[in-house]
Design a protein around this ligand. Structure first.
Ligand SMILES: Nc1ncnc2c1ncn2[C@@H]1O[C@H](COP(=O)(O)OP(=O)(O)OP(=O)(O)O)[C@@H](O)[C@H]1O
Length: 605
């Protein structure tokens, strides 16, 4: 029930218009029942039987107003006028009530929730993306949104009004003969109960199918993202085989459980409906023969009860479609309920409310302990002071915790113990958006967005002046390859920067970080894709920024960090050595061993 309410909550902002449109469409569906009723009355007039009292009252009033005699002709004229008014008069209004409001609401809700889903994507903590790949997340959001959009008009414009129409039919028959109405009611309750039980079972299978489909989509998306690796390792056949197994698994659930289930459900529903139609026919004939109901009522009862049974099929089809989509709507709802990260306020606050900080760049890690899983600390009691404008290098074996330290500096994660201080203030007390705007990082893999080179360069600072951009490009040696590009700064780089080489992407990343003019600049293996010559020339150029801001450099190639003021060696999450290059080489510890290995290619004991 909570899940169902969660789904309804999607349309919370539109409840007034929803109730209005459902009520109006239902009213029209009920008013429509007057036509078979009037036909029955016409038959009574033609066969010389009396018409019902309300109709007779209308005929008498018409006679008084117009002066025509209250006879057979006037009765027929009045009945025909009423039929015309209801069937022709409502024709131009119905599409507006039946279609416009339903789709308008569905599209408005889609716009609202597509935006909210994007907000969610932007504010979920990084851990979420460690466990869920882009294909899985995108598929869940897209499927959920489209299912809500298609389902709403079907439920509010068709399923509910049809349900109310059946209630109206029941009321009309009750007025004619309560026993027939009771028979109708019992048959309806049994059919609906039977269908709902079947649909519940099938909806569980749908949820299973959705999960399987997400797994398949997620792997397909991974294959596309990693297509170069797939081709390089010639694993196309094994990827295809694995996906084929997944598709087979999906097919079995889809065909043998779900589809077969719906067919069986439909078979039983039809059998029950036809038996009920027959019973109502038999009852009505008996009632007419016994003189309990008139010939007109006999026709009316048969016509509208068959109308009621005729509604069963579309109602069950709509319920079936709803059941098919229910699971993905629930999954979308669950996605929207996921807890957001600490930086969620970024989207809710007004740009002018974001404080503008200016730091000297004094960074302190104080008794910092952290683990992705709190039982297994990745960083243990880290104490490190980085003075303003200092350049410090973090080195250590792979997995020693260097990148994690930087993630904590960016406040992607909260420490389990201790704190990160910027200019003496705990960063948890600072506004996370304003704080992050004063940092910049260049990763080993530089993310590039589809667009021009310039768009990518000014991504973090769209208001940067031309001169500022040029200067950053000069330092990062981007200007060198921009000159060779056909359209210069306006060259389109392609999705994920596929039209750039690895080294060019890294240089772009360095320039992009410099354009932000940060107080603390972090290089996470930022020159690893560069050839020795490019790396060396960037190092020379970068000398111009040494001492202008705090620099944190994570490097495996120790040759790149000799000039750092301080080299910090991490091992298994702890700081084991701190000093300048010469000091650490002299000390003969881990750094000395790593250094010798790189210089001579030999591992010291
Ligand atoms: N998102 C994560 N979830 C769980 N564990 C993680 C996550 N990221 C890193 N780790 C683990 O934390 C430890 C430190 O990883 P980290 O990336 O900080 O090391 P590193 O020194 O930067 O390594 P490298 O030099 O190879 O980049 C490793 O054992 C790693 O497996």
């Amino acid at each position: 029930m909570a899940k169902f309410l969660g789904i309804i909550d999607y349309f919370r902002n539109y409840w007034k218009i929803s109730i209005f449109s459902i009520a109006m469409v239902s009213l029209f569906e009920i008013v429509d029942l007057f036509v078979p009723y009037a036909v029955g009355q016409i038959l009574n007039v033609l066969s010389g039987q009396a018409v019902d009292r309300p109709i007779q009252a209308i005929v008498t009033t018409t006679s008084q107003i117009t002066g025509f005699a209250s006879d057979k002709t006037l009765s027929l004229a009045v009945l025909l006028m009423l039929v015309c008014l209801i069937s022709v008069g409502r024709a131009p209004i119905q599409p507006w009530l039946g279609a416009w409001f339903q789709w308008d609401t569905a599209f408005r809700a889609r716009r609202e929730h597509a935006e909210k889903a994007l907000e969610k994507v932007l504010t979920l903590p990084l851990e979420f993306y460690d466990e869920n790949n882009p294909g899985r997340v995108a598929a869940r959001v897209a499927k959920g949104l489209s299912n809500y959009t298609w389902t709403y008009p079907e439920i509010t414009g068709q399923l509910l009004p049809k349900f109310f129409r059946v209630v109206g039919i029941f009321a009309v028959i009750w007025l004619i003969d309560w026993r027939i109405a009771l028979l109708l009611l019992i048959s309806f309750v049994s059919i609906v109960g039977f269908s709902l039980t079947g649909l519940k079972r099938l909806s569980d299978q749908e949820a299973r199918l959705d999960k399987y489909m997400e797994d398949t989509d997620s792997r397909t998306s991974e294959i596309i993202t990693n297509i170069k690796t797939v081709k390089a390792f010639a694993t196309e056949t094994s990827e295809l085989k694995r996906q084929r197994q997944r598709l087979d698994r999906e097919f079995k659930v889809l065909d043998y459980r779900i589809h077969l289930g719906y067919v069986k459900l439909g078979m039983w529903e039809r059998l029950i409906v036809q038996s009920c139609v027959f019973l109502v026919l038999a009852f009505t004939v008996m009632a007419t023969v016994q003189g309990k109901i008139s010939l007109g009522h006999f026709i009316t009862t048969l016509t509208i009860s068959s109308m009621a049974y005729a509604e069963i099929e579309p109602i069950s089809q709509l319920a079936e479609v709803f059941a098919r989509r229910y699971a993905s709507m629930v999954r979308f709802h669950e996605f929207m309920q996921l807890p957001v990260g600490t930086d969620a306020s970024t989207l809710t606050q007004q740009p002018e409310a974001v404080p503008t900080y200016q730091f000297t760049g004094k960074v302190e890690f104080s008794h910092l302990t952290f683990g992705y899983n709190s039982e297994r600390p990745v960083l243990k009691d880290i104490n490190l002071l980085i003075e303003p404008y200092q350049t410090i290098a973090l080195v250590g074996r792979s997995g020693s915790g260097k990148s994690t330290l930087v993630k904590l500096l960016f406040r992607y994660f909260e420490p389990n113990q201790g704190a990160v201080l910027m200019d003496g203030q705990d960063i948890r007390r600072l506004d996370v958006t304003g704080y992050r705007k004063r940092l910049a990082i260049v990763h080993q893999e530089v993310d590039v967005f589809n667009g021009t080179l310039l768009d990518n360069l000014i991504y973090g600072n769209p208001n940067a002046s031309r001169d500022h951009v040029r200067e950053a490009c000069r330092i990062a040696q981007v200007d060198e390859f921009i000159r060779q590009m056909p359209m210069g700064y306006s060259t389109i780089v392609g999705e994920r920067g596929v039209r750039l080489s690895g080294g060019q992407r890294q240089r772009l990343g360095i320039a992009r970080a410099l354009i932000v003019d940060p107080d603390v600049l972090i290089f996470d293996e930022a020159t690893s894709s560069l050839d020795y010559e490019s790396e060396r020339s960037i190092q020379l150029a970068m000398r111009s920024i040494l001492g202008t801001r705090t620099l944190v450099i994570i490097a495996h190639r120790l040759s790149t960090i000799r000039e750092a003021d301080k080299i910090v060696v991490l091992d298994q999450g702890s700081i084991v050595e701190v000093g300048s290059h010469e000091e650490l080489v002299r000390r003969g510890g881990i750094y000395q061993r790593l250094h010798s290995l790189q210089e001579t290619g030999q591992l010291l004991a």
